[in-house]
Design a protein around this ligand. Structure first.
Ligand SMILES: [Zn+2]
Length: 166
């Protein structure tokens, strides 16, 4: 953000950073609107790509239902070994709780850290025929992504404000 501003006086550095941030907002907004109007998906571009990859991975997993009360699953991930490399099987444990209410735990920790279903959770959901929609944070919906970058910068009473204009 401050590239090319290093030798400037402080006021110019701050101004330069502000214009950099505004430019960043304009680019993110344009990209979000373009994605939202051209790609047939309920999700933002990052989630669209994530789901594409995770669904493809999930179809390769071996799923065994393990739970009696909870919907627990053991997922065996196809070995990544190549020529001359040792092939080891990796297993993950998924717990979808008793109701399919959007709560998912997995030993890979991605659902907890990123609020998105990992390929292991998707494989478990596919096994029981439950849609993955409720397992993705509404943060990743494309209309929410557009909303995030729709704010406008205004100079009001001697300071810059970021205001939502919708
Ligand atoms: Zn996982």
């Amino acid at each position: 953000m401050i590239r090319g501003l290093r030798g400037c006086p402080l006021v110019e550095i701050i101004e330069g950073m502000l214009y950099g941030i505004i430019n960043y907002y304009q680019k993110r907004h344009a990209a979000a609107v373009l994605h939202s109007t051209t790609v047939q998906t309920p999700y933002c571009n990052k989630m669209y790509i994530w789901m594409d990859k995770a669904v493809a991975k999930a179809s390769q997993h071996i799923v065994i239902a393990m739970g009696t009360h909870d919907n627990r699953f053991e997922i065996t991930v196809r070995a990544k070994g190549g020529v001359g490399r040792e092939t080891t099987l990796v297993t993950h444990e998924v717990n979808l709780g008793r109701q399919f209410d959007g709560r998912a735990e997995c030993t890979c920790n991605k659902p907890m850290l990123l609020h998105v279903p990992c390929s292991h959770v998707l494989a478990s959901l596919a096994q029981v025929g439950v849609s993955s929609g409720g397992y993705i944070s509404t943060f990743y919906l494309k209309e929410n992504m557009v909303q995030t970058w729709t704010w406008e910068f205004f100079w009001i009473h001697g300071s810059w404000r970021l205001l939502c204009v919708q």
